[in-house]
Design a protein around this ligand. Sequence first.
Ligand code: PHE
Length: 455
Amino acid sequence: MSSVDIPREQWATRVGFIFAAVGSAVGLGNIWRFPFQVGQEGGAGFLLMYLLFIVVIGFPAMLVEFVVGRRTERNPVGALKEIGSGIWQYVGWIFIATGFVILSYYSVVAGWTIRYTILGLQDGYIADAAEAEGQFVTLASGLDAILFHAIFMAAVIAIVAVGIERGIELAVKVMVPAIIIITIGLAIYAATLPGAGEAYSYYLSPEWGVIADNWQSIVPAAAGQAFFTLSLGMGVMITYASYLGEDRNLAEDGAIIIGFDTSIAFITGLIVFPILFTAGVDPADPGAGAIFVSLAAAFGDLTLGWLIGAVFFGTVAIAALSSAISLMEVVVSYIIDERGISRPTAAIGIGGAMFLLGVPSAYDLVLLDLFDLFADQILLVLGGLLLMILVGWSLPDLAVDELQRGIGDLGSLGPAWIWAVRIPVILVLLVALVLGILDYYEFLTGPFAEWVGDQ
Ligand code: PHE
């Protein structure tokens, strides 16, 4: 039987679609990347800019992906072939490539979160920062990392193999409420810590001077984060919207999804900063390896820190899982739609290949950076940029028409949306792409060249 004969799968409920999209959006980006970007970029100023970009860039861009998915009812490659002509047909391939690369190392990092959950329950965390760092280096690469990378990938395969309604939808209906309840619980706990007051003022009161002095780095970082955290730029929202049957109000769904994602990121800050301040860690110090070093060390310092830490890392693992299934679904939907291969076979084959591609990242942190920077700062932004140019400049009528299905006449909001895509969204992505390429070049000629020299 060819794929054409099989009726396309659909979400069973509206909540199922919304939870799946929230599950995709809420992930390592919210809990791991966000607080440390706030830390690196000087606190509340970054938060403010980030919130602005979520509204001005994230919301219009998400609607673009939604309308493309629902209109075509296809995977990203098929969708772009249908709406684009000439070279635009191939933009979908960038999405597939991005998903492939991101999940390969995302799974490695997610594996660390499982390892750190077990660590808390078994031995507790080490309070000494230098020792905690040593422990991280041992656990984050080598056989340990490969093993937990394999375990995580197997879980992703298992969920995706079952399908949309009984696999992904069912899984997110359990995972997303759990993430929400636990993060709120942890934030309430964090409010009782002695460092909470100092942490809140750092996190919540912007110093205008800091913003004015650092806007060149704050602006691209905030824009990139807004895109990454909403799972934009790699066809996830195209794929998920392609399983929507009825004509729903996509703007309303988008606003709900963004509301959840932003709230979880914000609440994570209310957890992480009080813990860091209480343990006396400067939030500007940590950088990317951070939650596994400074936060873990802070857990080592707290009463019952092993338990709080295990709950925290366990939640991060769940959030990563609900994002990872969306990354795999992008590629799997392509294989099913265009190649006519069955879902379980596709999930196992793709998952196996992604696992292998992730092994170098699990072997050495520099290689993880090599994949991460390339996917995050170049592929993701490039794919998003091309899609926005195509839809914003050549298909505005189709886009507005599709958005109106389920809403009714948009009036002047239609053109307002299209112009938001045409100018601010495209401009920000363009700047982010240029900066991303420069950054990658620096990485290749700096840390990576050094690493190659050492081998
Ligand atoms: N949004 C996810 C996060 O915040 C990451 C992600 C990006 C997932 C792109 C899917 C696609 O962790």
